[in-house]
Design a protein around this ligand. Sequence first.
Ligand code: ITT
Length: 199
Amino acid sequence: MEPMKFVLATHNPGKLKEMSVILGTLGVEVISPADLGLTVDVEETGETFAENAMLKAKAVCALAGLPAIADDSGLCVDALNGGPGVYSARYGGEGLDDRGRYMLLLNSMRGVPTRSAHFETAVACAFPNGETLTAAGRCDGAIAFAPMGTGGFGYDPVFLVPERAKTFGQMTEEEKAALSHRGKALRAFAKELEAYLKK
Ligand code: ITT
């Protein structure tokens, strides 16, 4: 039997790379929307990571006619009442790039002693037959006082993992994947998938 291929329902190159590598090591065969000539523009109207992940997975599955896996994620900062959270990609408005967003975050945290924060990922998988799978992952840490490292993407240079005394931006891909919200969520998803495929 042909191995089942999953479309990764994301346009974020940083995420796409991490998802491909992690799922690859778990034996899940993936293709990117670009490989299929697809552009995916899904409005993220959900109020939770889980809702948005499912919206993206279902939309891409319908477009591609293949099972699709989506990741909706964000950085939740305690001193900002959990923000930017589901708005992490849009924090500060359209005009900002990753660096602009994390600098805005550092500025809005200037003089704030409570630095605790966490990353969250919800993974959703939608199959053409209408069935779905979900998983989630979380990584606790703190907002640094200045950006450190150039690895990863998004807020990685300002997200400190205290046990390692390093930001995600200072870690190798493997180190980040072993600890990250996305690594945990995708490993949990791979277990769900294994059980589903056995049914
Ligand atoms: P897709 O919807 O196309 O997947 P997106 O970037 O819009 O891409 P999200 O809506 O899930 O995705 O936004 C997540 C944002 O949270 C992302 O743009 C980053 O700014 C941030 N983020 C998520 N995971 C991260 C990680 O591992 N490291 C750093 N920042 C991360």
